[in-house]
Design a protein around this ligand. Sequence first.
Ligand code: G6P
Length: 475
Amino acid sequence: MQADLVIVANRLPVDRVEMPDGTKAWRRSPGGLVSALEPVLRANEGVWIGWPGGTDEDLEPFEDDGLNLLPMTMTAQDIEEHYEGFSNGTLWPLYHDVVAKPEFHREWWDGYQRVNKRFAEKCAEVAAKGATVWVQDYQLQLVPQMLRELRPDLRIGFYLHIPFPPAELFQQVPWRRQLLEGLLGADLVGFQLPQAAQNFVRLVRQRVGHKTHRDLVYLPDGRTVHAAAFPISIDFIGFDEMAHDESVNQRAKEIRQQLGDPKKILLGVDRLDYTKGIYARLRAYGEMLRDTELDVEDAIFVQVAVPSRERVEQYRKLRDDIDRLVGHLNGDLGRIGRPAISYLHTSLPRHEMAALYRAADIMVVTPYRDGMNLVAKEYVACRYDNDGALVLSEFAGAAEELRQAWLVNPYDINGMKAALLEAYSAEPKELTRRMRAMRKQVASKDVRHWADTFLEVLAAVQSSHTKNVLPPNGS
Ligand code: G6P
């Protein structure tokens, strides 16, 4: 197989799962990366290299729903060191403002290098001459450089879906220089927000010692690397269409009935991750019920928590904490047939998600730190009646674009309660004003726009290599 566009991500868009009867089946993978990139690959006819989620299973390349997928095998050791270890025990917490404590282990780093190398080699094997390779996210930061060594003919882009931390935090990594050099193998390094691109360029100047000028890095071999922000988005039209679907709206009505026809439904949808601020959000809601600002006869909070990284200690602890909190709140504040919180620890199909978005009056998205948060944009895309309120953390990348949300600081419980109450009692006119503006924003900057802009800039950056001239005062 030789492809002109290769997407490389730690995960494939589908996950290999074992069914109760022991047979294997494919299920859509969790997370924002997959939901954003799937339509891109569909539109561009490329191949997607990634891990199908299981252990030690050698699978042949296959086609799934029109996508060409190339599964990478991971051993139990790879999963422990690369995926659970360095990616999700070191980089994930470090890049998210150290919301949890990152751990540094040399064997995790070895595993990370080993897996990155295998991904780079696979990529070198399947990319056609002069192909474009688009490497995704923090699990594969060494791939650009490794791949460039194997295949200098390729056009290589890298996109980081999560935040890139300020130098003060990044500096903690014992292998900081190697990570930066890994990324510099790309022609274009993309981030969610401009601040992240600036953090990166500054670190390259300080830690690797290359000349930089604004968003450009000048390498000694004559190459230029461009770093810039490309805020990711969703398939707005796809969501809008799904939201109009008769069966989705029927299901939304049914959900309302099943919840006992409350006046207002509040909704949270997150991977069960400590960065998402689920605990503080539910606590704030519980206090509002306790202080009779809200009443369980009128309101219900539906929290969907998608299982995630369940073997990593911090995630296990979070699950226990949330289970306990929900138990307390329902025990203390609920009445018969009127729980305070309807809690689902599961991953729901898209149709059901759209129905929930349609049913919810207030969407509550309060991460401590989040690269973008596509759930917030999905909610907006489903509210074609221009109603519904979004309560959104200032620390989600989406807050840069969705300025008409009720923006909150998730560390400020009282502030969060005040915003929830305002959103709860907002006049329809106010809701419409805000939602209309947010829908306009998401409709105009959808995922197609994101991918097209990235790929266009990537094409332009590489063709300008021949003109690589240092600025007079390269800083
Ligand atoms: C975030 C990351 C993705 C990741 C997803 C799901 O969106 O940016 O790279 O795939 O979470 O996490 P998981 O560990 O299950 O792949």
